[in-house]
Design a protein around this ligand. Structure first.
Ligand SMILES: Nc1ncnc2c1ncn2[C@@H]1O[C@H](COP(=O)(O)OP(=O)(O)O)[C@@H](O)[C@H]1O
Ligand SMILES: [Mg+2]
Length: 208
């Protein structure tokens, strides 16, 4: 779309520190004088935030796996049209807390092997990949205990348990190999400032 805008995403298992690091990075880049849009998925636009409530709240069996993929894709399409692409066209840095890689993992792996369906819908309706994806990799035991510290209404996916978290961790690392050109893996098993320093170094290098 534009040479100047940059699309950055954070990925990783629940509790790995994505939201924390996305916030810290946005703060850092704004201090450097960059125009930053900090956003998240599912959500990030009015329509997509409404869909977020549909997918994250309620009974775990509220949606079939296939319907859930359609809802995530619909939310992403709206987010892309209304928030991400306009910001990139204006040369802004877009930082997104989770994006299509999370759907490849959670909707693609957790309820059977639906990665093919996820990819087909992505190719049909989304197509865009981030310029850079920061995978915060960490021990699922720690991630789970951190995530349990936060309580909220958005709990449809919160009872995944340790086995699925292990599977997701391995899946994200495999994804980092599959898309090695845009993925950078950061060790999340450290204090926030050390992780943030690595993130900043990687991003500043790639902004230059
Ligand atoms: N490096 C860290 N060390 C210790 N606690 C952390 C670290 N990063 C985040 N946390 C805390 O762990 C919890 C989960 O972090 P969060 O950023 O919400 O993770 P995610 O968005 O990946 O689920 C939060 O309570 C956060 O304050
Ligand atoms: Mg988060």
């Amino acid at each position: 779309m534009t040479a100047r805008g940059m699309f950055l995403t954070f990925e990783g298992i629940d509790g790995s520190g994505k939201s924390t690091q996305a916030r810290l990075l946005a703060k850092h880049l704004r201090r450097e004088g960059r125009d930053v849009v900090l956003t998240r998925e599912p959500g990030g636009s009015d329509g997509a935030e409404e869909i977020r409530n549909l997918v994250l709240q309620g009974d775990p069996d509220r949606w079939s796996a296939e319907t859930e993929i359609l809802l995530f894709t619909a939310a992403r399409r709206d987010h892309l049209e209304r928030t991400i692409e306009p910001a990139l066209a204006e040369g802004k840095v877009v930082i997104c807390d989770r994006f299509a890689d999370s759907t490849r993992m959670y909707q693609g792996l957790s309820r059977g092997d639906l990665r093919g369906l996820v990819d087909q819908l992505h190719n049909l309706m989304i197509r865009r990949e981030p310029d850079l994806t920061l995978l915060i990799d960490m021990d699922p035991e720690i991630g789970l205990s951190r995530a349990k510290g936060r309580q909220g209404e958005e709990e449809r996916f919160e009872d995944f348990g340790i086995d699925l978290q292990q599977k997701m961790r391995a899946g994200f690392l495999a994804l980092a190999n599959e898309f090695a050109d845009r993925f950078r893996v950061v060790d999340g098993n450290r204090d926030m400032d050390s992780v943030a320093q690595d993130v900043t170094d990687i991003v500043m290098k790639s902004l230059r």
